[in-house]
Each structure stands twice: as C-alpha cells, then as structure tokens.
Design a protein around this ligand. Structure first.
Ligand SMILES: [Zn+2]
Length: 277
C-alpha cells in the first residue's frame, strides 16, 4: 500500500513539475517565438500608430513594449466579425493598440478573463438592460456601440473603434476594456483589484466623492469635457474616467486631481507627461 501511495505521489509530482515548466519555464521561449513570427511589418505598425494620436509621446521602450503586448494579445484572443464584417490585420492592430495601452504597465494577464472580441461594422441593436444579473454592462449612448460581458466577450463597433484614439476624450475601446479590468474581481462596479501600494479606502473615498459631484452636476451631455454617461453608475464612471485619463489627462487632473492621482497609481502610467490635453 505504501509503495502504491509513493508511486502515486511520484507521478503527481512529475505532473505538477511538467505543468509548472510549461507555464513558467517555457513561457518565455514560447512568447519569444510568437513575437518573432508575428508577420506584422513596420509599415503596418506605422500606419496604425499614425491613426492613433493618443499614442504620441510614448518612448521607444514603451512603443516596443506596447507592440509586443499587442502581438501576444492578438495571438491569445479570437477576433470575430459580426454581420459579415471582415477582420483584417489593420482592424486587429487598431483595436489591440488601444486595448493594450491601459495594460502597458499591468501585463496581459489582466485580460485573462475573456478570450473573444466580436466586431460589428457599426453600432448595433440590443434589448439588454444596462447591467443585468449576469453582469452584462452595456455602453449605450444613442445606440449600442460596445459591450463587455462578465466572463464573456468584448463587443465593439468598428466604425467607432477606428474613430477612437484621437485625443477627444472619447475612446470606445479603452472604455470597454476598462470594464474588463474592473471585472477581474467580479461584476463591474468601479472597483478593480488594486495594487499593494494602493489604499482601498483612498479609492472608495475619492471615487465616491467625485462620482457624487459628477451625478449632481453632469446634467447634459458633458461636464468639463467628461461624458455624462459616467453618471450612470460607478462602473461607467470608472470607464469614462479611464477614457479621459488616456485621452485628456489634463482635464482629469484639473477637475478631479485626487482621482487622477489614483488612476496614475492604478495604471502605473502618466499620460499627462506625453499629451497636451
Ligand atoms: Zn460602459
């Protein structure tokens, strides 16, 4: 009996060792191979970067990191076209560059909670509630432009995704992927998992204060350039402020300095140092 148990433990040890090696020891060589065989030309990268002014000011090291993140992101995720939409390498690059900008200092594992990105040619019709019991968060201004599903796909309108990234404060792609960051610890509620050097009490206090101010003063379409859609609920507030943080960080710092500081700590980036707005 003892021999059987010892044999079982030996086999179990080998299995765990192989799993560990595959996950951690071989990860680097596997990713290196993916990066070397991306098939994306310099011209394709340059064309995509030119279409996205919000990437201006990134250092060469940051550009390289962002490109590597994008390649791995495109390798790991499935891109599906809806309503006959053709997903081209350019489409994947435009979406991936914007999706990966927020996780430039956070890492790709933040997006482990989904595998598929569905792209419609333009806005699409949905009859869902804004946030239902299944944790579906809609992004519905005049019609639905994008959605993030808890443990499900990100859904985007290409028409609006390609018009994002122009530093006007509105960015559909960052908005929907900010919901995914928010969903790392459950239903989107404006409270993503924080880093060890962050204080959850500070986050709750400052975001609650800013949110209360926002819902009391944001009565039309915008307040100080912020989309009043952020007054819908704390999850939308976090996503709208994430859009502004990467598109118009100067406005976030001017009108909501404490929230700006917390977003800098969370995203581990300082877009204000590279953008004018
Ligand atoms: Zn939303």
């Amino acid at each position: 009996m003892i021999v059987v148990v010892q044999f079982f433990l030996f086999v179990l040890g080998l299995y765990l060792l192989a799993k560990f090696a595959n996950r951690y020891l071989f990860k680097e060589s596997r990713e290196k191979s993916i990066l070397q065989n991306s098939g994306i030309s310099r011209e394709q990268w340059d064309e995509a970067f030119q279409q996205l002014p919000l990437l201006r000011g990134l250092s060469n090291e940051e550009i390289q990191s962002l490109e590597e993140l994008c390649i791995l992101f495109m390798h790991n995720k499935t891109f599906e076209g809806a309503q006959g939409f053709q997903v081209t390498p350019h489409v994947m690059l435009i979406i991936s560059l914007q999706a990966c900008l927020p996780i430039l200092r956070l890492g790709l594992s933040c997006y482990d909670n989904f595998s598929t990105i569905i792209i419609y040619p333009e806005g699409f019709v949905t009859n869902r509630q804004k946030m239902d019991d299944n944790g579906i968060v809609d992004h519905d201004r005049t019609h639905t432009l994008g959605e993030s599903w808890l443990r499900g796909p990100v859904i985007l309108s290409w028409h609006d995704s390609k018009q994002s990234g122009v530093e006007d404060g509105s960015n559909l792609v960052i908005h929907e992927f900010a919901h995914k960051l928010d969903m790392q610890n459950g239903v989107a509620n404006g409270f993503p998992p924080l880093h060890k050097n962050m204080n959850s009490s500070d986050w709750v206090r400052e975001f609650s204060k800013a949110y209360d101010y926002f819902i009391n003063h944001c009565k039309g379409d915008q307040l100080h350039g912020f989309d009043c859609y952020g007054a819908s609920d704390p999850a939308e507030f976090f996503s709208v402020f994430s859009e502004m943080f990467f598109e118009k960080p100067g406005k976030v710092r001017k009108h909501f300095p404490e929230v700006h500081n917390l977003l800098e700590l969370y995203y581990r980036q300082t877009p204000i140092s590279r953008l004018k707005g």
